[in-house]
Design a protein around this ligand. Structure first.
Ligand code: BGC
Length: 255
């Protein structure tokens, strides 16, 4: 098993893509720290799936948007599991609104979780890895919208664009510490973040028209990419984005 002996922390893994990644990494032998802001019942369920997959782990909660909570989460993970080798910055939220109506509260909520959160969890993780001195891996769950405009989701697009540059920057700065940093950019995936969309047949049909592979992605599609990027099979890959989007990003055709 390619992640035997490793400990992975997955933020926001009480549901959706985060849960699928937690389970997938467990299947590859990693012990998993399941982190969720407050829904510990859902997180406990993810942990049960980690155990079913034949591994072990623990549940931690904390608001990723808060740098002090980020330091606490990493410290508690190290205390509980002995070490953390792999960090998956998965926690993410979005708020839909026309640009002119976006409130400061919504902007702060989105940027707080998606960008500030990833920034300061990573900082706490890197301090731990640097102390240990034997390297680590960071994967950010970004979005096609780190590259592709997303009208009515300006704060989300800004957060994911920021996450792209954070990833590129840290890949260079942290390479001397033996830390690889990459993004996964999912397209439209069947998760709670898309629940409203999936309930509206017309909107869903329009979206499907943009996806060359003609289906929504599954959380497992994304988790498979994560399992690869955190493994030694990706040992020479850092500073890049792996799109898992059914071809959505570069879809263009003349009628
Ligand atoms: C967003 C979804 C959206 C998808 C494709 C994701 O990053 O979270 O709401 O459906 O991108 O546009």
């Amino acid at each position: 098993m390619r992640l035997q002996g490793k400990v992975a922390l997955v933020t926001g893994s009480g549901q959706g893509i985060g849960r699928a990644i937690a389970v997938r990494l467990a299947q590859d032998g990693a012990r998993v720290v399941v982190e969720d802001r407050e829904n510990t019942a859902a997180a406990e369920q993810t942990l049960a799936l980690v155990r079913e997959a034949g591994s072990e782990g623990c549940v931690l909660s904390g608001d990723i948007a808060d740098a002090a909570a980020d330091r606490r989460v990493i410290a508690q993970a190290v205390q509980a599991m002995g070490r953390v080798d792999i960090l998956v910055n998965n926690a993410g939220i979005e708020r839909r609104a026309p640009f002119v109506e976006v409130t400061q509260a919504d902007y702060d909520a989105v940027l707080g979780v998606n960008l500030r959160g990833a920034f300061f969890v990573t900082q706490a993780f890197v301090r731990h890895v640097a102390e240990r001195g034997d390297g680590g891996v960071v994967v950010n769950v970004s979005s096609v919208h780190e590259e592709l405009p997303f009208p009515h989701f300006a704060s989300y697009a800004a957060s994911k664009g920021g996450l792209k540059m954070l990833m590129r920057d840290l890949a260079i700065e942290l390479a001397p510490l033996g830390i690889r940093v990459n993004n996964i950019a999912p397209g439209a995936i069947q998760t709670p973040i898309n629940a409203a969309l999936m309930a509206q047949p017309e909107k869903l049909a329009a979206l499907m028209g943009n996806i060359p592979l003609k289906r929504l992605g599954t959380p497992e599609d994304v988790a498979n990419a994560a399992a690869f990027l955190v493994s030694d099979e990706a040992a020479y890959i850092t500073g890049t984005t792996l799109y898992v989007d059914g071809g959505l990003l570069w879809n263009y055709a003349e009628q």
